[in-house]
Design a protein around this ligand. Structure first.
Ligand SMILES: *[C@@H]1O[C@H](CO)[C@@H](O)[C@H](O)[C@H]1NC(C)=O
Ligand SMILES: *[C@@H]1O[C@H](CO)[C@@H](O)[C@H](O)[C@H]1NC(C)=O
Ligand SMILES: *[C@@H]1O[C@H](CO)[C@@H](O)[C@H](O)[C@H]1NC(C)=O
Ligand SMILES: *[C@@H]1O[C@H](CO)[C@@H](O)[C@H](O)[C@H]1NC(C)=O
Ligand SMILES: *[C@@H]1O[C@H](CO)[C@@H](O)[C@H](O)[C@H]1NC(C)=O
Ligand SMILES: *[C@@H]1O[C@H](CO)[C@@H](O)[C@H](O)[C@H]1NC(C)=O
Ligand SMILES: *[C@@H]1O[C@H](CO)[C@@H](O)[C@H](O)[C@H]1NC(C)=O
Ligand SMILES: *[C@@H]1O[C@H](CO)[C@@H](O)[C@H](O)[C@H]1NC(C)=O
Ligand SMILES: CC(=O)N[C@H]1CO[C@H](CO)[C@@H](O)[C@@H]1O
Length: 478
């Protein structure tokens, strides 16, 4: 009996198929199951093998509409994933590079992406976003070269034994105000991006996207949306992440930075609550990049590398925790931080406040450097003094608990000499983790220690979110 014949004959309703390998029969498990109905069109496909598969180097995955045999999507493994497929190459733009890389349009922007990610024994296949629709039956063909097993042969899925499934007849109703995402396919969407893409751009009604516990390995991006709440079921068990950085997605294309795991641009009134976002790569690798007005980050866990959180706009961050390596907050925006914790290997922030707005204000927060000698914020020489520094930088700490901070507290402030009189590197009542005041005697000369009663008016203002956030009084939606 030919291998492929045996293969197709062994499909079962449970989705477990047996495949013949050189070492005998092995079980593989498919999602969606072969013949499964009511599949969400945003589903990622997956194949679980008895042992970890290797990807490529070539072959294609093809998805056809069963009704008219039209080719709907192709993933071609011969196309390189990125100029730096492991995220360890150059982080600079290379405008002369005209190579075609694996590209997915996510939330309207072109990202390099992994068409397949293998975690343990499971290969997850990321079709190009928004190619499948409701109410269709699809069949998937997978060339045998696409996934290779150490201990045998994967026959693939061919036209004579395709992998088929049928999508739901329709999505959530257009006037729904709450939709649910579940990684296991049991709710309205399988992916966070699928739910966000569904949400109308400018909606007068608030839309809540509820994310059930699960692991969501996807690159999330959206722009020009408003009135959106993304809420996880349980902060530590709803995990969204992706391996991405400025080498994997370098700045060689127009438009915003593509290196974060999760980012949004031009948004308003967006709230993220109760989930974890991780960037699994080192380097310049944000967990989250925020560019928007009236953005609330509430009970979130953010875990990135360099520039783990980049901000633009007006942001209220409460009861959250951010972990990163260096310049953990790259802060262009006005951010009011309440009862939050930053754990950073090196310097906690590179704050780049422009004239006329406020910067990073931390009230009742905990700021830790694990290297043991970092500063709260630095303004290093950016490009040999050629680029202007950030003379209006504002970082204000009120009642901060700290650990691992160098006695100088701030800096270095470098670059071409500039007027430092507008810098607000201010702190009041900075303590160690036990609540004892820290020694301020060696603080950087351009920083300032606030004290009472002299600075009572300043302290009052900086404890008022609307003062820091351009008149916006943030409300956390529960
Ligand atoms: C696929 O890659 C293998 C291993 O490099 C090679 O032997 C084979 O010729 C390639 N096939 C095609 C169609 O490029
Ligand atoms: C896959 O990509 C390679 C490299 O760009 C190209 O030579 C080949 O024709 C493509 N295959 C298909 C089926 O599109
Ligand atoms: C990046 O990692 C890959 C795979 O480990 C390796 O082959 C390559 O040489 C590395 N590149 C750089 C620039 O370190
Ligand atoms: C830029 O890309 C071109 C074309 O792929 C390549 O030949 C060149 O080495 C790259 N330059 C750098 C600095 O990486
Ligand atoms: C969230 O999950 C953790 C880990 O399983 C558990 O300890 C915690 O009680 C859960 N929190 C809530 C609010 O259910
Ligand atoms: C952050 O991610 C790194 C690497 O993925 C991991 O080792 C670390 O435990 C994570 N930290 C937190 C606080 O989640
Ligand atoms: C901070 O500590 C690290 C690790 O011990 C060390 O490499 C670095 O030179 C120190 N930096 C300063 C400014 O002392
Ligand atoms: C701070 O100290 C540096 C030298 O350490 C000096 O160049 C600078 O003028 C001082 N700035 C102020 C505002 O005193
Ligand atoms: C720049 C950098 O740190 N790249 C790392 C990205 O992640 C891969 C896989 O984890 C590492 O191999 C790279 O060194």
């Amino acid at each position: 009996m030919k291998l492929v014949t045996a293969f197709s004959a062994l499909f079962s309703a449970t989705g477990v198929v047996a495949t013949i390998t050189t070492s005998g029969y092995n079980q593989i498990k498919l999602y969606p199951r072969c013949g499964q109905e009511n599949v969400n069109p945003d589903a990622q496909l997956s194949i679980t093998f008895p042992s970890p598969p290797a990807i490529g180097p070539n072959g294609t995955i093809r998805v056809y509409d069963a009704a008219d045999k039209k080719l709907i999507d192709t993933l071609n493994l011969s196309i390189p994933f990125s100029p730096s497929p492991s995220g360890n190459g150059s982080t600079k733009a290379n405008y002369s590079d005209t190579t075609t890389y694996q590209t997915n349009i996510i939330g309207g922007m072109d990202f390099y992406f992994y068409p397949i990610i293998v975690r343990e024994n499971t290969a997850t296949i990321y079709l190009h976003n928004n190619q499948l629709t409701y109410g269709r039956t699809y069949y998937v063909e997978v060339d045998p070269e696409v996934l290779q097993l150490a201990d045998g042969t994967f026959g693939g899925f061919t036209s004579s034994n395709p992998w088929t499934f049928t999508t739901k007849s329709h999505g959530p109703s257009a006037d729904a105000t709450r939709v649910v995402v579940a990684a296991d396919g049991s709710a309205d969407f399988n992916t966070i991006q699928g739910a966000i893409d569904w949400a109308p751009a400018q909606t007068p009604k608030r839309i809540t996207i509820f994310i059930k516990n699960g692991n969501y390995e996807e690159l999330v991006y959206f722009q020009y949306k408003s009135n959106l709440v993304l809420r996880g079921q349980n902060r530590s068990r709803t995990i969204v992440g992706y391996p991405n950085n400025s080498a994997f997605n370098p700045p060689n294309r127009q438009g915003p930075s593509r290196r974060p795991a999760f980012s949004f641009h031009g948004v308003s009134d967006v709230q993220l609550s109760d989930f974890t976002i991780s960037n699994y790569y080192k380097g310049q690798a944000e967990a989250l990049l925020i560019e928007g007005v009236r953005v609330v980050i509430d009970h979130m866990t953010l875990n990135g590398s360099g520039d783990a959180l980049t901000t633009y706009g007006s942001i209220f961050i409460t009861d959250s925790e951010l972990t990163g390596d260096v310049d953990t907050v790259l802060g262009y925006g006005s951010a009011y931080w309440l009862r939050s914790k930053i754990v950073s290997l090196g310097v906690l922030s590179w704050t780049r406040t422009v004239q006329g707005i406020h910067g990073n204000v931390f009230v009742d927060c905990t700021l830790i450097s694990t290297e043991g000698n970092a500063t709260f914020a630095r303004l290093p020489d950016n490009s040999g003094g050629v680029m202007p520094n950030w003379p209006y930088t504002e970082v204000v700490l009120i009642n901060a608990k700290t650990d691992g901070i160098s006695p100088v507290g701030w800096g270095p402030v470098q670059g071409a000499p500039f007027d430092t009189s507008h810098l607000h590197l201010w702190e009041y009542n900075t303590m160690d983790l036990n609540g004892h005041l820290v020694d301020m005697s060696q603080r950087l000369n351009v920083s300032r220690q606030l004290s009472l009663p002299k600075d009572a008016a300043i302290l009052r203002k900086y404890q008022t979110p609307s003062y820091v956030l351009g008149g916006w009084t943030p409300v956390v939606i529960s």
